[in-house]
Design a protein around this ligand. Structure first.
Ligand code: FRU
Length: 830
């Protein structure tokens, strides 16, 4: 069963997009149409939605169909008209963002929807059925609409109606009034603007006008939107005015639909009849919907501008964190406010702020045209989301890369001062040149990856693309990307490490703009299970000795169908002389940075002050095997907790150790402690505490058990096991019964990491969040980071042992506070 089915128009809103060089007005192609927008709002909030309507057999129709399905809307009810074109609306915005419309609809495909086009199940099996008046202007859509609405009502759906008056589309105003009146007779909920109230009732007086509608149609709930003033709600004799929010409005398109979609979302959550909601509840729902409407005006377009639950919640500080945060949304890990995220990019510390940019598709929860999303933090834990920093331009999409502080203006971008320079990959597609090999084979295209610069003079708030982009290209190499740049003090120049398919390359530059090839590494070293990506290179002391130093080269390797582990990150320890890297490892020796499944493309922060001195890493907590399919709603993916990297000498050689940053301890709530417990096969120990976001430290003494450990996020049917196999000396995570896993056959697995006991003891430091577990074992020697998708109710913790005993020396659990209870998200997020 779907939650909400909507019937009506889906169309292109062409919104003003500046002028061409010749001064000709330009329009941007935005997907829109009020009923589709309402569904987009609901879908962004995680509700199941279905659309019924018609598009033309043209590129606009294809684009709309794709947009709806990428937004998570079921399009089985979206037909294609053979004779008519997709309806187009040209929106003209005045200075305050108010709109007038020109419609190209003569006829538009949406008006050709007929009774036969409508799938029964979408009408008969939905909790709410929503429609507007644009499908009532012409036949056959008008009769089809009325028939569907009346069938849905009879089947028990709540009917929502938005007259959405567009007078130029009607033959006469009288016809419009009559058809809207018909719509009102079916509706439980009617949403109108002040102008529509006046059109229907002849008065602008909210109390009298809504009373007249109530008396005429017996509507359960009338919602009048009042722009930034908020909304007016009438239910019977209750009349409630709910204040709105002041935000930086740039485009009001879709605001009313965001309002209504969010209102319906909260009604679905309450799951009781409208008549049984208290006035307090109605006001709370109105506030929520006002916040959503306001946020939608801070971005261009309609469907792409629908806000997520987290964004709405941030405007509503009086709501409890748990009320506005989506299922699975990590409570203390970084996640994008909405839509898709992959690699961390451009991490740099500058003037008191840690910057985190990230691979981002701002319009979809699946990978697509890459932008750099952006957030800043002063403590690595609480992040302020900022507008998208870099967007695709004529050189292509913005793939991964790094950022540095150009302290002495080596680039010449900063007028002798300092500023930030981002070095990233521009990715585009070009016609293949006619080489001997493909001559005569027809036109083919190929992708191209080149390195480019952008710079910021205002602490990363705005960015300018360097006019001389790209600054480094080699079109003979297909995968040529993810530049990580640092200042090499010994040789007084910049060094870039770049992934080049099956190896990395080093380049040097005096000024960030001109790069010289220095050397390459890796064609015969390490793992080649997948393409090499996202390298990083840095120097660290060994065992903290300032004079004994080694270089670490991180290389992420992409997913391959033959490799069940999917994408993961290997590293090399060795030396770098400013020109070339040599590894201390044997050629066929492979060491992984994290032996979990979900820590990829991690790189380290540039320019962390010397007095801090830490090498700080954050990784993308997902895996290309299934990243696009994880069961989250309005956003997709999170980062790992930030970690401190160190080098230690071990029996196997010099190895990387990872520790969670100590800043995380600020989230700790009052700890609970246990000690000296004997755990045996017949004596598992269920802990008298439950939670979904916590930190756990446990120390075990081996006492004969073949296997022991912890079952986390446990319920009758679910558990995530963090265990130790004493015979094999292996730490493991078993997420086969951790929760949702049907989205990928590669997800429900048990996997392990070598870990020797230390003095007969095993120490585990574990971070659990709403959809992840990260284990730091043996002081950070073995690390496993895994996504899990447990039910909300799976919150138990159990200690267990198999075949023999284990002794729990001590265990501490710190519940961790949500970062959303304190965070501020800028309403200007684009
Ligand atoms: C790694 C990666 C990078 C690329 C980016 C594109 O996850 O494939 O190599 O720059 O993602 O989003």
């Amino acid at each position: 069963m779907v939650d909400v089915t909507a019937l009506g128009e889906v169309l292109i809103d062409f919104t003003p997009a500046g002028r061409s060089e010749g001064g000709i007005p330009l329009f941007a192609q935005n997907p829109g149409g009020a009923p589709a927008n309402v569904l987009a709002a609901l879908s962004r909030l995680g509700r199941r939605t279905a659309f019924i309507g018609k598009v033309g057999n043209d590129a606009f129709g294809t684009f709309l169909r794709k947009t709806l399905s990428e937004t998570g809307i079921d399009t089985t009810g979206l037909g294609t008209a053979r004779k008519a074109a997709t309806t187009l609306a040209f929106v003209h915005l005045d200075e305050s963002g108010e709109r007038t419309f020109d419609f190209i609809r003569n006829p538009g495909a949406d008006t050709l929807l007929s009774k036969q086009d409508i799938p029964d199940e979408l009408v008969m099996e939905c909790r709410i059925f929503h429609f507007g008046s644009l499908s009532l202007t012409h036949e056959p859509a008008a009769s089809a609409t009325i028939q569907a609405v009346s069938a849905a009502r009879e089947a028990g759906a709540l009917i929502s109606f938005d007259p959405n008056l567009r007078l130029p589309l009607w033959e006469t105003a009288e016809h419009a009034k009559a058809m809207i009146a018909t719509g009102c007779t079916y509706a439980n909920i009617v949403k109108i603007s002040e102008e529509e109230l006046e059109f229907l009732t002849g008065t602008t007086d909210l109390i009298r006008g809504t009373k007249q509608l109530l008396d005429t149609y017996g509507t359960d709930l009338i919602l009048v939107t009042l722009a930034e003033k908020g909304c007016f709600i009438r239910r019977g004799e209750s009349r409630l005015t709910v204040p709105g929010f002041v935000v930086d409005t740039i485009d009001t398109t879709g605001a009313g639909d965001a309002f209504l979609g969010s209102f319906l979302y909260r009604l679905l959550e309450r799951d009781i009849e409208v008549s049984r909601l208290s006035e307090q509840e109605l006001i709370a729902i109105g506030r929520f919907a006002n916040a959503a409407g306001a946020l939608a005006t801070t971005r261009k377009g309609a469907i792409p501008s629908m806000p997520s639950l987290t964004e709405i919640g941030v405007l509503l500080p009086d709501m409890k964190a748990s009320e506005y945060v989506e299922k699975y949304r990590p409570q203390y890990h970084f996640s994008p406010p909405s839509n898709w995220m992959n690699d961390p990019n451009g991490m740099v510390y500058y003037e008191g702020e840690y910057h985190l940019f990230y691979q981002h598709h701002p319009q979809s929860t699946i990978w697509g045209p890459m932008h750099w999303g952006h957030a800043v933090s002063t403590d690595l834990i609480h992040w302020q989301h900022l507008p998208v920093a870099l967007a695709p331009d004529h050189n292509g999409m913005i793939f991964s890369g790094s950022a540095v502080v150009d302290a002495h203006d080596s680039s010449g971008f900063f007028d002798g001062g300092s500023g930030l320079v981002a070095i990233f990959t521009h990715h585009d597609t070009v016609q293949a040149s006619e080489t001997a090999a493909d001559a005569g084979a027809g036109t083919t295209s190929r992708t191209r990856q080149r390195q480019s610069l952008a710079y910021s003079t205002d602490k990363g708030r705005t960015w300018t693309m360097y006019a001389g982009n790209p600054v480094l290209s080699d079109e003979s190499i297909v995968d040529f990307r993810d530049p990580k740049v640092f200042w090499h003090a010994e040789s007084s120049r910049w060094v870039m490490v770049l992934a080049a398919g099956d190896h990395v390359r080093f380049y040097t530059s005096p000024n960030l703009r001109e790069w010289t090839f220095a050397s390459e590494f890796g064609k015969t070293e390490g793992s080649h299970d997948g393409v090499w990506e996202c390298p990083d290179l840095f120097e660290l002391p060994v065992d903290g000795h300032p004079h004994e130093r080694k270089w670490v080269l991180l290389v992420s390797i992409g997913d391959s169908p033959d490799c069940p582990e999917g994408s993961r990150t290997q590293y090399f320890v060795g030396d770098f002389n400013g020109e070339s890297f040599s590894s201390d490892l044997a050629d066929d020796e492979v060491i992984w940075m994290d032996e979990g499944r979900d820590n990829y493309a991690g790189v380290t922060w540039s320019d962390v002050p010397a007095e801090d001195g830490r090498r700080l890493l954050i990784g993308w907590m997902s895996n290309w095997k299934y990243a696009n399919f994880t069961p989250t709603t309005s956003w997709r993916s999170a980062m790992t907790v930030p970690r401190v990297l160190t080098l230690k000498r071990t029996d196997e050689g010099i190895r990387l150790y990872q520790q969670p940053v100590q800043e995380l301890s600020a989230l700790r709530e009052a700890p609970l402690g246990w000690s000296a417990l004997a755990i045996g096969p017949d004596r598992p120990q269920t802990i008298d505490w439950e939670g979904k976001a916590f930190e756990l430290e446990a120390e075990f003494e081996l006492a004969g058990a073949a296997e022991f450990g912890l079952k986390l996020r446990k319920s009758g049917s679910e558990e995530t096991v963090v265990g130790y196999d004493a015979a094999l000396e292996k730490l493991f995570i078993d997420r086969t019964a951790s929760g949702e896993s049907a989205f990928s056959p590669a997800f429900a697995v048990r996997h392990d990491a070598a870990l020797k006991p230390d003095g007969g003891r095993i120490k585990l430091h574990i971070f659990v969040d709403w959809s992840s577990v990260e284990v730091f074992a043996g002081g950070g020697r073995a690390v496993m980071s895994d996504l899990i998708f447990p039910d909300d109710a799976s919150q138990g913790v159990e200690l267990y042992a198999v075949e023999g005993q284990v002794k729990l020396i001590s265990m501490k659990i710190y519940p961790l506070a949500s970062i959303y209870s304190r965070q501020a998200v800028s309403a200007g997020q684009s």
